[in-house]
Design a protein around this ligand. Structure first.
Ligand code: ATP
Length: 291
């Protein structure tokens, strides 16, 4: 169990506002955080990592205090946290491999590096210096580096935002896989609703430093299966995926995310982001309006 209770006065463009967050997370949760720019998402992650001091608060992870109300804090290097921040640069004087080796703390961490290089599709770049890499390649190295120590808690601030769609999708799958395998408690900031629905089992929205929405998604898949009874609902298409002759739609109805599949021929004109009304029962699905 992770208990995060943090307060900090932040200086926004329209004046100071108070970040006040009280969150309890079961171990192994994948929490997604979204919210407008300047809501305090990065600040919250930095305080958990120990990189920004809160004005007051408490942090307790599996019964171990990382930050006490008295202000006594465990230093960042002692917190078993892997993090990836937007501005967290790679060491410019070390190669890709050197950056990962620097993060390794034990022989088993080192043994993990070849697999991470392979998964992040960085094998051919392992002897390159960060300065010659593209933004997306650097982000992949930073993500690999965050995972080298197999942290108990993984803090990811828009980790895939600079990547193009195919690799973004592969790394989403990889993040999902390592989360299922190691049950690392993960907190990820993302502006991409389909990414959050794909990976998170709980999603919170932060607005001006406060949690204004806290939603559980179906564990693992991030989706609620189609109910047995007929259902008529409206929602926004989050994602369209071709699977053989079928098309898989993930639809956010506001209350829940529903996954439906349709014959590909019936879904030709549908696009992500579109609002649709549909009627579905256990064996038939009909799109009622298809603007
Ligand atoms: N150390 C600090 N002390 C006080 N205010 C700060 C500090 N660091 C950042 N801020 C302010 O806190 C506000 C929230 O910033 P933060 O980066 O946490 O937002 P965010 O939700 O992550 O935004 P984005 O989505 O644009 O990354 C900003 O207005 C920022 O200027």
């Amino acid at each position: 169990m992770m208990h995060v209770q943090l307060n900090k006065s932040l200086h926004g463009p329209e004046g100071d506002f108070e970040l006040a967050v009280d969150l309890q997370l079961e171990s192994g949760t994948f929490l997604g955080i979204h919210g407008a720019s300047g809501a305090g998402k990065t600040s919250l992650l930095r305080m958990i990592a120990g990189l920004m001091p809160p004005d007051s608060g408490r942090l307790e992870i599996n019964g171990v205090p990382w930050l006490e109300t008295s202000g006594k804090a465990m230093p960042p290097q002692k917190r078993n946290v892997g993090f990836l921040f937007q501005d967290y640069a790679l060491f410019p004087h070390l190669t890709v491999l050197g950056n990962l080796e620097f993060a390794a703390n034990s022989p088993s961490d080192k043994d993990r590096i070849p697999e991470l290089l392979r998964t992040m599709e960085l094998e051919k770049l392992q002897h390159s210096m960060p300065g010659v890499l593209s933004g997306g390649q650097q982000q992949r190295v930073a993500l690999a580096r965050a995972l080298v120590r197999q942290p108990r808690i993984l803090l990811l601030d828009e980790p895939l935002s600079a990547l193009d769609a195919p690799i973004r999708r592969r790394l989403q799958d990889y993040l999902g896989k390592i989360h299922r395998e190691y049950r690392t408690t993960t907190i990820m900031v993302s502006h991409d609703p389909s990414e959050l629905h794909r990976l998170a089992d709980r999603v919170v929205e932060l607005r001006a430093g406060k949690i204004v929405e806290d939603r559980a998604l179906d564990q693992g898949s991030g989706e609620i299966p189609l109910p047995k009874a007929a259902l008529k609902a409206s929602g926004r298409i989050l994602e369209i995926e071709l699977e053989g002759k079928e098309v898989l739609l993930r639809i956010d109805t506001g209350a829940q995310t529903i996954r439906i599949s349709l014959p590909a021929t019936e879904a030709k004109s549908l696009k992500p982001g579109q609002n649709i009304t549909f009627q579905a029962s256990i064996d038939t699905i009909k799109i009622l309006n298809n603007p």
